[in-house]
Design a protein around this ligand. Structure first.
Ligand code: 0RA
Length: 626
């Protein structure tokens, strides 16, 4: 018999039917939009991955079918089909039609599960207009179909399975529940690749709508993952990898420095991407700071001085992957690990492993030492440069930059800072704004590309210092959200390629120096209109489609294309981009830190190959500005 036989039909704790899920789907899958829809897929895939972690499944196939359904097929042991003594129903039917309270029903069979993830396949069934389960076990093929969670017939044997085992779930999400029922290849691709990096399983994603197919299988696990993240960077050494286990907790870490200036640390807990960090990440940071400082002190490499945590993380890419029981998730998006014991566990494990590694690998250790000592020296120089610029910049009032037209309200909640491209548009914006709550900071020309400049240079750039001073929070290690001077920071640039370039440069700066501002939801991009249509009154439109529609509606009319913000007078600027009642603001979010880091490095960094490839692949979707 299988070793983990504590799961069988009798052991399932049955609590309630699926009505609760149908009544409040968001409680179980987070929402009923695009995210919730794809959550259904992860829910099924997670079960297959759990089966692979238990050592019984090697392949998972995910197929987006032409009929709008999705199939997840694995080669695990197959969901059990034996009869439940009390319910007189096969375990398969119970697994699919009853909600198993207290997280996963098979909790004792599987060490890990966390967050929303792991609520069970029955939730998927409840939210599917149709679902078909096929199980291959004991030489037979069993099958049952369901409609909005209810069996259409009793489980039946439909054929012989030979030696083959596994579970196959095919479902159509319920269009009465979801606002969209169209699966997105790119969304699934991203998450499935991440799962494959973190688990020893081969995942194939197939899209039958257009015959696309991708296979994710990484024998190297975390080492492959860090190389994938660093592929557009010049790395200093081969990845440093270690894995340690203590009771039920598995800590797996990979570290690789590159010649850049950015810090990229990614944390995962039970395969959940902890974008908000948490105790595992802070434990790792403490360990790294200590281990590197100890090494440098021992070798006498930084006389008298000590490295700050930031020094030891310049040019660092690290992934911390934790598997543990009962993770507590906190934070705005419930992606911050809260278990306090984890800080100490990761700290001591990582400190020991890193110290050992540095001792045993002097060549790599010296490269890292040189890198971090150089960054400590540069940081010291940057601080001096910053102090100098700050002094130059102080023109009377509270050290604010002279170019800033501040607002009169001091209430951070409803105040706004507009960063405006060009002095002339800045001038119009100063006149057109509502002085009470809107501040204007004009940005002359293109700001510096911080992806290519070291922190000393970046932080002594005048535009950047003005911006930092106006925002008030400080950057990186000095960042303090309580000092934020405006509730919204809005980038406003022209609707042309130059404007987009300026926006990208600013976004790069915010992402690298003030990511907390983005995470906190304070950063926005204003959308300027493309055309003005004049017919009795003025209409402003923001894209070609709107232009066509408006002309159709109002008849022949005078159409002007705005070339840049500077062509608008203060009133027009107010009407189109400043007035909270009419303007369009896009909120900047970091949905996927791994991807964001990759894209910024690729687009703004200095390795040309991947950028060329990106441009080739995306050329046909880019808008060309004439
Ligand atoms: C509980 C026990 C056993 C397998 C599974 C669950 C299982 C569930 C799913 C869902 C999708 N794929 C899956 N594969 C396996 C094994 C019981 C035994 O054979 O001893």
């Amino acid at each position: 018999m299988a070793a983990k036989n504590d799961y069988n039909a009798e052991n399932i704790k049955v609590l309630e039917g699926l009505e609760a899920v149908q009544k409040r789907p968001s409680m179980y899958i987070g929402g009923t939009g695009k995210d919730g829809l794809h959550h259904l897929v992860y829910e099924v895939v997670d079960n297959s991955v759990d089966e692979s972690l238990a050592g019984f499944c090697k392949n998972v196939l995910v197929i987006i079918n032409k009929d709008g359904s999705l199939t997840v097929k694995d080669d695990g042991r197959g969901i059990p089909v034996d009869m439940h003594a009390q319910y007189k129903k096969p375990a398969l039917e119970i697994a699919l039609t009853k909600l198993h309270a207290g997280g996963k029903f098979e909790k004792s069979a599987y060490a890990i599960s966390g967050g929303l993830h792991g609520v069970g396949i029955s939730v998927v069934n409840a939210l599917s207009s149709r679902l078909k389960a096929v199980v291959r076990r004991d030489g037979k093929i069993y099958q049952q179909e369901y409609s909005v969670g209810k069996p259409k017939y009793a489980m039946k044997v439909v054929g012989k399975a030979g030696k083959e085992t596994g579970t196959e779930i095919n479902f159509i999400p319920d269009p009465d529940i979801f606002s969209t029922v169209e699966f997105d290849f790119a969304v699934l691709r991203k998450r499935l690749q991440e799962i494959a990096f973190l688990n020893p399983v081969k995942i194939t994603l197939e899209d039958k709508r257009n015959d696309k197919k991708e296979i994710f299988h990484y024998e190297g696990g975390l080492v492959d993952f860090v190389q994938h993240i660093n592929k557009s960077k010049t790395v200093l050494h081969k990845p440093i990898y270690f894995k340690r286990q203590e009771d039920d907790t598995i800590v797996e870490v990979v570290v690789q420095y590159n010649d850049g200036y950015n810090e990229s640390i990614f944390g995962f807990v039970n395969i959940i991407n902890t974008t908000e960090g948490g105790t595992h990440v802070s434990g790792f940071k403490t360990a790294l700071t200590r281990a590197v400082n100890d090494y440098i002190a021992k070798k006498g490499l930084l006389k008298g001085g000590k490295l700050s945590g930031d020094d030891t993380r310049e040019g660092l890419t690290a992934i911390i992957n934790i598997k543990m029981r009962d993770p507590q998730f906190e934070g705005q998006t419930k992606t911050k690990l809260g278990n306090s014991e984890m800080k100490g566990i990761v700290d001591s494990m990582a400190h020991l492993a890193l110290t050992e590694f540095l001792e045993e690998n002097p060549t790599i250790a010296n490269k890292i030492a040189q890198k971090v000592v150089a960054s400590a020296k540069a940081r010291e120089a940057a601080k001096k440069a910053r102090d100098l610029v700050r002094r130059k910049n102080v023109i009377g009032f509270g050290g604010l930059p002279g170019k800033l037209a501040d607002c009169s309200s001091k209430k951070t909640d409803n105040t706004e800072l507009y960063i405006v491209e060009g002095d002339s548009a800045g001038g119009s914006a100063k006149m057109g704004r509502d002085k009470e709550f809107q501040a204007i900071l004009p940005m002359k020309g293109k700001t510096i590309n911080v992806e290519k400049a070291n922190p000393t240079k970046a932080l002594s750039h005048e535009g950047i210092t003005n911006l930092i001073t106006a925002i008030g929070t400080g950057v990186r290690e000095n960042f303090d959200i309580s000092k934020l001077r405006y509730g919204r920071v809005v980038i406003l640039s022209d609707a042309d390629v130059d404007g987009q370039h300026i926006t990208t440069l600013l976004l790069t700066f915010f992402y690298r120096y003030l990511p907390e501002l983005i995470e906190n939801g304070n950063l926005f991009i204003a959308v300027p209109p493309l055309y003005r249509i004049r017919k009795k009154k003025d209409y402003y439109v923001y894209n070609e489609e709107e232009l066509k529609k408006t002309i159709e509606k109002v008849g022949k009319s005078e159409v002007t294309r705005f070339k840049g913000l500077s062509e608008m007078n203060p009133q027009q600027l107010w009407d189109t981009t400043l007035d909270p009642k009419k303007r369009i603001l896009k909120k900047v979010k970091i949905e996927d830190a791994v991807l964001a880091d990759e894209v910024f490095t690729m687009l703004m960094g200095d390795v040309v190959g991947p950028r060329r490839k990106f441009i080739e692949v995306n050329a046909d979707i880019a808008e060309v500005d004439m």
